[in-house]
Design a protein around this ligand. Structure first.
Ligand code: M6R
Length: 365
């Protein structure tokens, strides 16, 4: 049931304050404001040699964000790869390593094959899934749920933010177990997560102005998305969302790679979406943005009040998000990139919930 929404995707975007809360309630002890995992772990975060994350599509991008987090907050070495590559690479896997597969459906063929390969290689296997009765869940040693309810739209939205929410919680648990996060630092990160649902509600209130920017995107034939650090995967996710539902060609790039090639594409016809909320890398991303603007590129900047002040005059199309702790900023930035893609697709008149050539669950390779 779409309720009073035009599409399932619109409903699923709008639900995210609740779905993120719901997922958080599973991982966080809200009275003590600590992470408290209900799953008993068949491994010890403190002893893990390496973490391997494998998944497809949007779930892969959630894994990419998690890599930045696990490395920074838990000092755990992480490899991330798309499952279709991982399974045939047959990578050597370290002893006492953990493979974490991420899948909304729990039925994606390549992800399942990557899981089976890792199991044969003697890895601990953890799954982060939305469908708890799925094959991937059944074949894993421990299952972490995303509790966002059924996702109907082919374009993944609420599953992505639920995956990130669960991953963020696991990162805090790992950081504490590995002695990297002090109790007070862990508490600071938990607080950031607890405050996230209301920030998401606030972000959703910008829908009208995002719709206005989407009207411009709908006229473009190519769109570039840029982000740096933990915002790089959000640039990839923004580009994927746009291409799959609006059929507009889009690419996500690490902002620092711009001058190694893609800046040659920039002209007056090319919108460039820059994802840069305030963190220690924002200034670098904004300087890349100015390089694009100087060549006539049309910028759409996703940032917060501090970023607006930093960006200076001359950047008129800004989506201003509420200011949150940088740790959770990638989760919040999901909202504007989803809304931009959604409204662009609505202007284009595509079948938003059932885009051409795509299936919700890819059970063949
Ligand atoms: O069910 P899964 O999470 O394993 O699915 C993975 C991808 O097929 C999925 O995320 C796909 O990329 C979405 N259509 C993206 O919006």
């Amino acid at each position: 049931d779409k309720g009073n929404h035009r599409h399932f995707m619109a409903k699923e975007i709008a639900e995210q304050p609740e779905t993120v809360s719901h997922t958080l309630a599973h991982y966080i002890d809200l009275s003590n404001e600590t992470v408290s995992l209900r799953e008993s772990l068949p491994f010890d975060f403190a002893e893990l040699s390496r973490l391997t994350i494998t998944a497809c599509g949007t779930a892969y991008y959630a894994g990419l964000v998690a890599k930045y987090w696990f490395e920074r907050y838990a000092r755990l070495a992480v490899d991330v790869d798309v499952a279709s590559e991982f399974r045939y690479r047959e990578p050597p896997l370290a002893e006492n390593g953990l493979t974490l597969v991420i899948s909304q459906s729990g039925e994606t063929a390549d992800t399942l094959a990557a899981l089976r390969y890792s199991a044969r290689e003697g890895q601990h296997i953890a799954a982060l899934v939305n469908v708890q009765e799925s094959t991937i869940a059944r074949e894993s040693h421990v299952v972490f749920p995303t509790l966002c309810g059924p996702e109907i739209g082919v374009a993944s939205t609420k599953a992505f933010t639920a995956q990130l929410t669960a991953l963020a919680s696991l990162v805090i648990a790992a950081g504490e177990a590995r002695g990297v996060l002090s109790a007070s630092r862990a508490h600071e990160l938990v607080r950031a997560l607890i405050e996230l649902p209301s920030a998401i509600s606030e972000a959703l209130r910008h829908e009208k102005s995002i719709e206005g920017l989407a009207r411009q995107l709908a006229r473009a034939s190519d769109v570039l998305y840029l982000g740096r650090g933990q915002m790089f995967p959000l640039a990839l996710e923004g580009a994927l969302k746009l291409k799959e539902i609006s059929y507009i060609h889009a690419e996500g790039y690490a902002a620092g790679e711009l001058k190694h090639g893609p800046i040659a594409l920039v002209n007056e016809e090319m919108p460039v979406v820059v994802v840069a909320p305030s963190d220690e890398l924002m200034e670098k991303t904004l300087s890349n943005m100015h390089e694009v603007a100087a060549r006539g590129g049309k910028i759409i900047l996703i940032t917060d009040a501090e970023g607006v002040a930093e960006a200076g005059d001359g950047i008129s199309d800004i989506i201003e998000m509420p200011r949150v702790h940088p740790f959770v900023a990638p989760i919040l930035a999901s909202i504007p990139v989803q809304l931009l893609a959604y409204h662009t697709a609505v202007f284009m008149g595509t079948d938003v919930d059932q885009p051409r050539n795509l299936a919700k669950s890819v059970t063949v390779e």
